[in-house]
Design a binder for this molecule. Sequence first.
Ligand code: ATP
Ligand code: MN
Ligand code: MN
Length: 304
Amino acid sequence: AKGRPARATVSAPPRTPPTLSSPSKVIFPDIKATKQDVWNYYSAVMDHLLPEVIGRPLSVIRCPAGTGRPCFFQKHHTAGLSMVSSVRLKEDTGVNAHYLVVEDAASLLELVQFNALEFHPWGSRAATPERADRVVFDLDPGPDVPFAEVKKAATDIRRLLRQLELESFLRVSGGKGLHVVVPLNPGCDWDLTKRFAHGFADALATAEPDRFLATSSKRLRNRRIFVDYLRNGRGATAVASYSLRGRPGAPVALPIAWSELPKLKRADSFTLHDVPARLKRRRKDPWAGIDSLQQNLARWAQDD
Ligand code: ATP
Ligand code: MN
Ligand code: MN
C-alpha cells in the first residue's frame, strides 16, 4: 500500500528533520499521547500526507500545551521556522502576508516540532493561488442528526455531482462530519468555484429543506445538515487528509472509499493509534487518480 508520490523535486538529498524537543510532553491527555507519539504518527503517514499539503498555502492548528489547553490557528510564517517555506499572498484586507508552505518531510516535521497538530491547506496551490483545484463540500450535521443521515447525504451528493459529470471523493473529517471532495483539473477561478459550491448547497436546501441547510445559522441547524460551501473561497481551508485532529481520542481526517461508507459508524473512529497500521494493510489508495482526473466547472460558467 503506497500513497501517491510527492511531487518530484530536483534530485536534492532529503533534508535532515529538526530535533524533537519535549518528546514526553502530553498532547492528548485523554489517551496520554505525547509529542513523540504525534511526531511518530506524522513520520509514519508522511508519504500519504505530503501529497495533500506540499506546495499549498497551509494553515496549522498549534497546541503548545496539548489539546487540553488553548490551541490556535496560524496562517502566517513566523520567525524561527527555518525549513518551512512561504508564499507572499494578498489578504482580503489588501495587505500582503507570508503564508506557510511545506515542501518536504523535514519542513512538515519542523511544524510538528513547533507543536502543529492539525494541517489545513488551501484548495489551490502557492504557484497558482487564484485557481482552485479542490471543491470541498463539508457536511456539518446539527446535534440531533444521526450519523446514518450524514452518510446518506454524502451518497446523495455524490450521485448529484455525477449527474453534473463530476466525480467526487470521500473523507471522514475526524470530527462529526464527512467531506465530499471534487478535484478540478484544470483549476477554476475562486469566483466561479464559490458560486458553484454555493449554488449546489442552495439547490440541496431548496429541494429538501428538512435535510439540508445552506446557511451557517446555528439556530436552524439542530435536525439538519449544514452543507458548508464556505470551504471554497480564496483563503479558506479544509483539514488535510491524514491530519490529526485536536479532539478527544486523537482522531484522523481519513480518505475512505465510497464502498467503505455503508459500514462506517462515525467520522472520528480512525485514530493516531490505528491509522498507520491501516495504511500498511490498505491495498489501494481510495483517492488514487484524484489529481489526474480531467474535470472542471467551465461548462457552468454561464449559470447563476
Ligand atoms: P467536523 O466534521 O467536526 O465539522 P471539520 O474539519 O469539517 O470537522 P468544520 O468546523 O466544519 O470542521 O470546518 C472548519 C474549517 O475551517 C476547518 O477545517 C479549518 O480548515 C477552518 N478553520 C478552523 N479554524 C479556523 C480559524 N480560526 N480561522 C479560519 N479558518 C478556520
Ligand atoms: Mn465540517
Ligand atoms: Mn464546516
